[in-house]
Write a protein that binds this ligand. Structure first.
Ligand SMILES: CC(C)(COP(=O)(O)OP(=O)(O)OC[C@H]1O[C@@H](n2cnc3c(N)ncnc32)[C@H](O)[C@@H]1OP(=O)(O)O)[C@@H](O)C(=O)NCCC(=O)NCCS
Ligand SMILES: [Zn+2]
Length: 304
């Protein structure tokens, strides 16, 4: 498997094999692929020198073979085949059986190699490319999630204009009040893709992190959060619960308790935030029914 220390050797291999795109671009790609798919990023070494590579990746549907390269003086010795077959067997063992790759139509040597290894040319697929203009500064404002701390962060931390403080115990367009505990309100999200996704919100004034509370208060908070977790397990029978105490935009102590299901959109890993929300709200009558079921389950839990 490749590692960060291989970057220089890979760049010179790719340059020698005619696949280099310039050292800066190549290094950025190596870093990204090592972060995402290190298990299928393979190098062949001879006495400490990198002589072959295959940088495969998985797009969620298919495996892709990229940067298959053998140093010119080693070509024709079976190394290219060995690298490809190792990547193929790793992908197959992970249940990925359809592989694709793109070859420049003029690279007849590579075309012959892939055909010989059993890869069929897909003339029914038209490969498209567009280079987007990334000079437009407004691009940054369209990101799905902010990547900077809000400019008024200190006043948010201090609780000025805190939207959670002002909506405690009341109506809110994005969530329905399920219950008011002694130290935390429980609200059911109206737009979630994860049935039963609730938020527990500290209701004893403005506080930011659990570690800012007196230990006894913090223990009471977690007792109510875990009580909510048990109620959600009982009602929704999830595969797993995720407890997310974030507060990176609204720094008022709250914990998202998210039931995870066998067929959920991020099965087996953390939920990217943009996957949490469904297109529209769930039916109000269904939400009310779920809220009532959670209330009943909470009432049946031993006190915190
Ligand atoms: C293409 C490349 C990776 C092949 O690696 P290689 O180590 O030279 O190939 P191998 O020696 O493993 O060859 C494997 C088999 O393919 C066959 N083969 C190789 N090139 C072939 C060709 N042009 N036509 C037909 N068969 C070919 C070999 O005869 C060998 O057959 P065998 O295993 O049945 O005996 C290598 O030549 C290379 O790095 N080229 C430059 C970079 C490049 O173009 N990469 C592909 C980008 S998509
Ligand atoms: Zn607050």
């Amino acid at each position: 498997m490749a590692s960060a220390a291989d970057a220089a050797g890979l760049c010179s291999l790719w340059a020698a094999a005619g696949l280099g795109r310039g050292e800066a671009v190549d290094r950025a790609e190596i870093t990204e692929r090592l972060r995402r798919d290190p298990w299928i990023f393979l190098v062949a070494e001879d006495s400490g020198t990198i002589v072959g590579s295959v940088m495969a990746c998985y797009d969620g549907h298919r495996g892709w073979l990229k940067r298959v390269a053998v140093r010119p003086d080693r070509q024709g010795t079976g190394l290219g085949r060995a690298l490809v077959e190792e990547a193929e067997s790793r992908l197959l063992r992970s249940g990925i059986s359809q592989l694709r790759l793109a070859v420049e139509a003029a690279n007849t040597a590579a075309l012959g190699f892939w055909a010989h290894l059993g890869y069929q040319r897909c003339d029914d697929i038209a490969y498209h490319q567009r280079d987007l203009d990334d000079s437009d500064a407004s691009f940054a404002t369209m990101r799905p999630w902010p990547t900077t701390w809000s400019a008024d962060w200190p006043s948010r931390v201090a609780g000025q204009g805190c939207s959670m403080c002002s909506s405690l115990g009341g109506e809110h367009p994005s969530s329905l009040l399920v219950a008011r505990g002694e130290v935390a309100d429980v609200r059911l999200d109206r737009h979630s893709r994860f049935r039963g996704y609730c938020v527990a919100i500290w209701n004893q004034g403005h506080a930011v992190d659990p570690s800012d509370l007196e230990p006894v208060q913090a223990a009471r908070y977690w007792a109510e959060v875990t009580r909510l977790g048990r109620a959600l397990q009982e009602v929704f029978r999830p595969l797993k619960l995720n407890y997310l105490t974030l507060g990176n935009t609204v720094p008022h102590l709250h914990t998202h308790v998210v039931p995870r299901y066998p067929d959920d959109p991020a099965a087996g890993g953390p939920i990217p935030w943009e996957l949490v929300r469904a297109e529209g709200p769930a039916e109000e009558i269904e939400l009310e029914r779920q809220a009532e079921a959670i209330r009943t389950a909470l009432a049946g839990q031993p006190a915190g």
